[in-house]
Design a protein around this ligand. Structure first.
Ligand SMILES: C[S@@+](CC[C@H](N)C(=O)[O-])C[C@H]1O[C@@H](n2cnc3c(N)ncnc32)[C@H](O)[C@@H]1O
Length: 253
């Protein structure tokens, strides 16, 4: 970027002081006098604002409004957007004159999470408890129809908050899926066996996580299986909301 645009207009923010120092040294040693700041990128960097572009190289579920506020109207903000269920989608926002920004998903991008936001904390070994008291049922929906189908997985993530999937493969085609909500203590697991028509499910806690995932999958299916490019996100000072095709079709969890 510095080569193409000139270092004077570029600011980079990194929360880890060691990584930031390495970046600064590498840039400066190569003659790029980029402003390299140590800090929380969620806050942006007001002294350099307004920016023409903001490019996040971390995944965020709640997109910081500071990025819109510090970008000039008409400017663009590119963000890897991840839910606990799905990491993630790349959203290209355009900033409006009133300081809100809206944009569509333009691709897929899995990134490490923005430090300071939740996610990526599920641990079946720690979180799966009271197995004997779990509610038992069966499902005919194959987990990989949800997890491997990006369009479905994204939609499920929109509908089902705080639900982290963890998969362990055992042998060819056999695997266990855990769904964990570390905040409520709820968990579910499902054992997939190759060739089977239905799969045993166990669910525990206040939430029935597999039921929620399955309901969200059916919701996506009934909508006509919208592809990722039809979803968008609007970020305002008050918060954010997702939509399908346009803001009139807002998605409520
Ligand atoms: C995928 S790396 C990108 C590194 C580098 N900025 C680049 O673009 O090549 C993600 C980086 O985001 C940093 N990070 C995580 N949370 C952050 C935050 N809240 N503010 C600033 N940087 C953060 C991590 O320390 C990590 O170095």
């Amino acid at each position: 970027m510095a080569e193409r645009l000139g270092a004077a207009g570029i600011t980079t923010v990194e929360v880890d002081p060691r990584v930031a120092e390495d970046a600064r040294t590498a840039l400066w040693d190569n003659g790029y006098d980029v402003t390299a700041v140590v800090g929380d990128g969620a806050l942006g960097h007001p002294p350099g604002a307004p920016y023409d572009r903001v490019i996040a190289t971390v995944a965020t579920e709640r997109v910081p409004h500071a990025w819109a506020a510090q970008t000039r109207p008409g400017g663009r903000v590119l963000v890897p957007w991840a839910t606990d269920f799905h990491n993630g989608a790349l959203v290209a926002f355009e900033v409006a004159a009133d300081g809100t920004m809206r944009g569509r998903i333009v691709g897929h991008a899995a990134f490490v999470r923005l430090r300071g936001q939740n996610g990526g904390h599920a641990s079946p070994a720690r979180d799966v408890r009271e197995v004997d008291r779990a509610r038992r049922s069966f499902t005919e929906l194959r987990p990989y129809d949800v997890l491997d189908e990006r369009d479905a997985s994204l939609a499920v993530g929109l509908k089902v908050p705080h639900c982290e999937p963890v998969v362990r493969r055992h042998s060819e085609g056999a695997y266990t899926l855990w769904l964990v909500d570390p905040w409520s203590g709820s968990w579910a697991d499902l054992k997939h066996a190759p060739g089977a028509g239905r799969f045993p499910v166990r669910q525990s806690g206040d939430r029935s996580l597999w039921d929620e995932v399955e309901a969200a999958y059916r919701w996506w299916n009934d909508l006509g299986r919208p592809t990722t490019g039809r979803w968008g996100l609007t970020v305002t000072p008050e918060g954010q909301f997702a939509w399908l095709d346009d803001e009139d079709h807002r998605i409520d969890r």
